[in-house]
Design a protein around this ligand. Structure first.
Ligand SMILES: Nc1ncnc2c1ncn2[C@@H]1O[C@H](COP(=O)(O)OP(=O)(O)OP(=O)(O)O)[C@@H](O)[C@H]1O
Ligand SMILES: [Mg+2]
Length: 334
């Protein structure tokens, strides 16, 4: 049985007005977030991961950033059509977000407790102060903060990076959201702390049944966390698949390149990791045809003239590349 779709992003186009004109940071992006599952969005810096999540939250920087077209359906509700006060009720209540650098999201002049209380109070105005305090301590305990009764009186700078990120998770979970958007939540942390935070998120998801949109540039984290994956390149979807299919049968040259750059224990020691030559094109100067053409070892003349459509190549597996069949033949096949 397939899991029901909770959030559907359909043909999303998001633009910014910049000095030289208008750029499309997200171009025709579609994906489904299933109930209780984790969807990963992966790609190099600047490929449009954060702009996609800010579009869903309707938190694009105004007035330069705006959604040009598309639909964002939460159940059947199109978030893009909601009046601002209705959207405020969705944020934090039904969809929450945690950011890469918790110091920028936490208020440095307020104690931790006050910030959690505010989140709880915003959405449960009926709760008494005593109950809110009790709930705040319980939330901190749930995200693994030791001695929460004391920690609640501390300021963000008194906590380590990992502890601050746990507090951010506690705030995001205060209202039991149906969807948690985690935008590179562990990038600023060292690897052991990163592993703990990922484990925490997985166990909280198991307990609450929430869906997660997990944004990262790290395919290793994708393998660890996600059920389905969207690989983005220069604002577009390059490949989209179930996580097992993606790792077993990558069909886009960019996905293959990302995978070749992950360290592998079977490699001879000191073997140099492969990198993808070249850089992502500027959104202000996109070439006609495929956006990956200048870095692609599989390119043919057609790639320079026509943009490859996102084609379904297998059940639940989509690729935007004219040459996926040859790439597949070089790997394995289903
Ligand atoms: N405030 C802005 N004004 C103008 N252009 C912007 C703005 N924010 C983002 N962009 C454009 O959108 C593109 C995508 O940005 P985005 O922040 O989504 O990248 P990202 O995939 O999240 O990268 P990273 O991994 O570095 O966080 C950028 O390359 C930039 O061209
Ligand atoms: Mg980002």
């Amino acid at each position: 049985m397939t899991d029901p779709v909770l959030l559907k992003v359909k043909n999303l186009v998001t633009a910014f007005d910049v000095e030289s004109g208008v750029i499309h940071a997200v171009e025709n992006v579609s994906f489904d977030v299933k109930s209780g599952k984790t969807l990963g969005i992966v790609g190099e810096s600047g490929c449009g991961k954060s702009v996609t999540s800010l579009s869903i939250m309707r938190l694009l920087p105004k007035p330069s950033g705006y959604v040009v077209s598309g639909e964002i359906l939460l159940d059947k509700l199109d978030l893009l059509k909601l009046p601002p006060q209705e959207m405020r009720k969705i944020r934090g209540n039904r969809i929450s977000m945690i950011f890469q650098e918790p110091m920028t999201a936490l208020n440095p002049v307020h104690r931790i407790g006050k910030q959690i209380r505010e989140a709880l109070h915003l959405h449960h105005s009926e709760m008494s102060d005593a109950l809110i305090l009790q709930e705040s301590v319980a939330l901190l305990r749930k995200v693994g903060i030791p001695a929460p009764e004391q920690r609640i009186n501390e300021y963000p700078h008194q906590l380590s990076g990992g502890m601050r990120q746990r507090v951010m998770i506690a705030i995001a979970l205060a209202c039991r959201p149906e969807i948690l958007i985690a935008d590179e939540p562990t990038t600023a942390l060292d690897v052991t702390i990163q592993a703990q935070i990922l484990e925490l998120m997985k166990s909280l998801q198991k307990e609450s049944g929430m869906s997660i949109i997990f944004i990262t540039h790290d395919l290793g984290v994708i393998a660890e966390m996600c059920d389905e994956v969207v690989v983005m390149y220069a604002g577009k979807v390059a490949e989209k698949a179930n996580v097992l299919d993606l790792f077993k049968f990558p069909r886009h040259p960019y996905t293959k390149g990302l995978m070749a750059s992950i360290p592998n224990l079977d490699m001879p020691p000191k073997e140099k990791l492969q990198t993808i030559e070249g850089v992502v094109p500027e959104l202000t100067a996109l070439p006609p045809g495929c956006r990956f053409q200048n870095r692609c070892v599989f390119q043919i003349p057609r790639c320079h003239a026509i943009s490859p459509p996102l084609e379904q190549v297998h059940e639940n597996h989509f690729v935007s590349c004219f040459r996926w069949q040859e790439i597949e033949a070089k790997t394995n096949s289903h």
